[in-house]
Design a protein. Structure first.
Lengths: 371, 304
């Protein structure tokens, strides 16, 4: 009885709110921006206390982080060099996340993508370099995409938990990578550091014309923008977000949930594989253990920092790339172990996830219908 | 001994040795999951436990104090996971990854000075005293933690079946609504179950650094903490089954090193991946989409 009586009033107040609360979209944007910033500040404060407890100066620490990350042209270049693969590995997490999946197997996909790209380049020695690079990219994308798509397949068809499956597949992929690099595909002349044969200097991708910047940077930026368009401006992306929001509703609507899951995983894995290809073609020239630098794992953190929004991935990748780039300077100047960066990353990760609880809690950010 | 016997002995020995950390982590994960929460952070707990145990054993000279310290450190990290996850809207799977990163980072940060020095190791019980072959003798030298683990599994089985506390954990894990109706504090039960589960995982970590492989370095754990999740699914959330599951995973993990003892070194990395393949096959073979597994706690997020 009361419910019936209240219904028209509620509807009326809602429509009135829509008219009166013109600034709600702005406040909502502020909330989206404010929660991660608050979390980053909290992590900064907590880490400063940690440093104080160790008898180190937090002020000096953050000053060195700034110097090592953005303080000079050299450090900025180092930062962007690290950010380039992170843009792509973060997409490997952010795309399946639209469907509510937590996929953390980017490291294995990156390694296999780099290896497949190298192998694809070997028989094409002496041909036209752009062709070689194109074939390498295709091979990298295919290998990385297939590897993560397997996770999606297990999830969609067998109901296997995707987090565990992707990580275990990542370990299997890395084992396969090590086996091939140290066994059948090894260049016998690589003694100290087992590596495959090189792709040839002619086939390497140079830095961006006129600069010293990593060629993966524009690739990553374009990939992020395209993914943003795909997620927020296409019906496929909308279907994926509906599935992530409410699986039952998506199934009742007849959305192809299984296909969406496999496609999102394949696309994300493809980006991780492309990151591996670019690392080989632009930096290492061959596949070896240098590919296993942890970019796949750092991508997880960046995707969560960006709340799985591809546009937000760009600044977050630069931020985390910067912290990584400052690691060496911190080690030398403050005599801190290299794991310092991992502790900081862990703190940031914990506080950013805890900040999820702030959304919808602070009254000022909410729609003002009922006032 | 022939090559086949050698491999068999090496695999049994490996199963006995390698299974202990699996056993403790999976028991811890089992307890946490029975309360309705998942903790992927036990991977980080394992590494932190290994470091803390090694450092404590080095400074005190008593490995058992190291084991206790590892349990305390694990329990604290688990309490952080449990505490943050009880905030509204916090995803426990993602939080586990964050705890994994934080735990590993803290362990590497403070563990740097302990890579070189040798700490006092846990004793071993020579169960192979009757055998003539030295291989069998060394194979049957079992760490007491293995038996403590089996005792813990039996105790946990009894805890779930026959105690008031165990029943509370099961109610909270199976139906939050029922728990609320009974006036149980869901967050507190889950916090305690997560902390206790991580304390067990920390003990598993202490085995890694104080018994086998028996040293502290940054490559000590290779995902045992995460494989525990698959192991618990395989064990159908039953602590006694965790013992069998841990032995199977231990044997799979010992496959590569066993073949090495008879000179098969080719494809070392592939055999190294055997436990991961077992994990995947078990998950794919036992889980069905859209149908809850027998024994699965109803509140578990991975089941929805």
């Amino acid at each position: 009885m009361t419910a019936v009586a209240q219904a028209p009033t509620a509807a009326a107040s809602a429509s009135k709110a829509g008219a009166a609360d013109r600034f709600y979209p702005l406040r909502r944007a502020l909330e989206t921006l404010g929660a991660p910033v608050a979390a980053l500040l909290l992590a900064t404060a907590a880490f400063s206390l940690f440093l104080l407890a160790l008898g180190k100066s937090p002020a000096e620490f953050w000053w060195l982080v700034w110097r090592g990350a953005f303080g000079s042209a050299f450090s900025l270049q180092n930062t962007l060099q690290r950010a380039a693969p992170l843009l792509l590995t973060a997409l490997c997490v952010a795309l399946p996340a639209q469907l509510g999946l937590v996929v953390i197997g980017g490291e294995g996909a990156l390694a296999l993508g780099g290896l497949a790209a190298t192998v694809a380049a070997l028989p094409l020695q002496g041909t036209w370099p752009p062709l070689v690079q194109l074939v390498m990219a295709a091979a990298g994308i295919a290998a990385g995409g297939a590897w993560i798509a397997l996770t999606g397949l297990l999830r969609a068809r067998r109901g296997v938990n995707e987090t565990v499956a992707s990580l275990v597949l990542s370990y299997i992929g890395i084992a396969l990578f090590n086996h091939l690099v140290e066994g059948p595909l090894r260049d016998p002349s690589s003694l100290n550091k087992p590596s495959t044969w090189g792709i040839g200097d002619a086939n390497m991708i140079g830095p961006l014309p006129g600069t010293d910047l990593h060629p993966g940077l524009p690739v990553g930026v374009i990939a992020c923008i395209l993914c943003w368009v795909l997620i927020f401006r296409t019906s496929t992306g909308f279907a994926a977000r509906v599935t992530g929001g409410n699986l039952r509703a998506a199934q009742l609507q007849g959305l192809p949930v299984s296909r969406l899951i496999i496609a999102a995983c394949a696309l994300g894995g493809g980006f991780a594989g492309l990151a591996g290809m670019i690392e080989v073609a632009a930096v290492h020239g061959r596949a070896n253990a240098s590919l296993l630098a942890g970019y796949g794992y750092e991508g997880i953190l960046i995707a969560f920092l960006a709340r799985h929004n591809p546009l937000a991935i760009m600044p977050m990748a630069v931020l985390m790339g910067g912290i990584g780039a400052a690691g060496g300077l911190l080690q030398r100047r403050l005599d801190l172990p290299d794991a310092t960066v991992v502790v900081l990353e862990g703190l940031i990760f914990v506080s950013i996830l805890a900040s999820e609880t702030l959304y919808g809690r602070i009254r000022w950010f909410q729609p003002r219908g009922d006032r | 001994m022939g090559p086949l016997e050698t491999v068999t002995v090496a695999m049994v020995a490996g199963a006995l040795r390698v299974s202990t950390p699996f056993l403790f982590v999976s028991l811890g994960e089992c307890l946490t999951e029975r309360s309705g929460r998942i903790n992927l952070g036990n991977e980080g707990v394992l590494v932190l436990g290994a470091m803390v145990a090694y450092a404590t054993s080095y400074h005190t000279g008593n490995p058992w104090i190291g084991v206790a310290a590892a349990a305390v450190a694990g329990g604290l990290l688990g309490a952080v996971h449990g505490g943050v996850c009880s905030l509204a809207r916090v995803n426990d799977v993602a939080m586990g990854i964050a705890i994994m990163l934080a735990g590993t980072g803290i362990a590497f940060f403070f563990g740097k000075p302990y890579v070189q020095p040798a700490a006092a190791q846990l004793p071993r019980i020579p169960l192979g005293f009757w055998a003539a072959e030295p291989q069998v003798r060394s194979a049957l030298e079992v760490c007491p933690l293995f038996f403590i683990g089996i005792a813990a599994a039996s105790a946990m089985h009894w805890f779930f079946r026959a105690t008031r506390m165990g029943l509370r954990v099961r109610i909270v894990g199976d139906s939050a609504d029922a728990a609320r109706a009974l006036g149980l504090s869901i967050d507190r039960v889950r916090l305690l179950a997560t902390a206790a589960g991580s304390a067990l995982a920390g003990i598993g970590g202490s085995f890694l650094s104080l018994s086998y492989p028996g040293s502290w370095n940054e490559g000590l754990s290779s995902g045992q903490g995460l494989m525990a999740v698959a192991l618990v699914v395989f064990a159908r959330w039953n602590p006694l089954n965790c013992v069998i599951a841990a032995l199977i995973f231990g044997a799979a993990g010992a496959l590569g090193p066993s073949l090495q003892t008879v000179g098969i070194t080719k494809g070392y990395y592939l055999f190294y991946a055997a436990p991961y393949v077992v994990t995947l096959v078990i998950l794919a073979a036992t889980v069905r989409p859209g149908r809850a597994l027998r024994g699965m706690p109803g509140e578990l997020s991975i089941g929805r």
